[in-house]
Design a binder for this molecule. Structure first.
Ligand code: PRP
Ligand code: ADE
Length: 195
């Protein structure tokens, strides 16, 4: 029997009990890489072994009873959490890569960036119909990357059980956009623009 997820659909962000702690070890670098951008830097979190363990454990705790077949992780920062999560859950790890990195037959999705566009790719044999998949990344901003990854998975016949991130930037509208497309969204913590 498959357990169900806590309903996060009416919430702006996640419900992790470690949310405030994880947030406290994420560094904000102002005006990087461009003026006006507040870059949310997860490297202090990764360097803090206790915090990194709590982060991975909170994802494991959320998904371990849900009969998940695979963690799909988004290139590149999503790999950092996707690999230990899949290892701990005893399920597959599948990379969603930036264009031109996968040597085998792929499917691709192109999405809009603030300026221009980007493409993500997935191995065409990564999933089979009915596979239950959690998609992970470090951060949801406009939501374009996460939504493109979810579309790729659905094209293979896989079921996106949830899209998950460490950080949500709710004022950029990405998590709302992903929910409006019909997906569950979970984030461990969120930052407002002024934080
Ligand atoms: O919600 P969005 O507006 O799509 O933005 C979020 C994406 O942007 C960042 O990746 P980036 O392309 O900078 O790649 P990296 O992980 O290789 O640094 C981040 O890691 C997410 O994947
Ligand atoms: N503000 C931000 N901080 C870190 N990574 C990002 N990717 C997109 N926006 C970002």
């Amino acid at each position: 029997m498959t357990s169900t997820l806590a309903d996060t659909s009416s919430q702006q962000n996640g419900t992790s009990v470690y949310g405030d702690y994880i947030k406290s070890v994420i560094r904000t670098v102002r005006d990087w890489p461009n003026p006006g951008v507040n870059f949310r830097d997860i490297t202090p979190l990764l360097q803090n072994s206790a915090a990194f363990r709590k982060l991975i454990d909170s994802f494991v705790h959320r998904y371990q009873e849900l009969n998940i077949d695979a963690i799909a992780a988004i290139d590149a920062r999503g790999f950092i959490i996707g690999a230990p999560l899949a290892y701990e859950m005893g399920c597959s790890f599948v990379p969603v890569r930036k264009k031109g990195k996968l040597p085998f037959k792929t499917i691709s999705e192109t999405y809009k960036l603030e300026y221009g566009e980007a493409t993500v790719e997935l191995n065409s044999d990564a999933f089979k119909k009915g596979d239950r998949i959690v998609v992970v990344d470090d951060l949801i901003a406009t939501g374009g990357t996460m939504l493109a990854a979810a579309k790729l998975i659905e094209r293979t016949g896989g079921e996106v059980v949830e899209t998950a991130a460490i950080i949500d930037l709710p004022e950029l509208g990405g998590s709302r956009h992903i929910r409006e497309a019909g997906h569950n969204v979970f984030a461990v913590c969120s930052f407002t623009e002024s934080e």
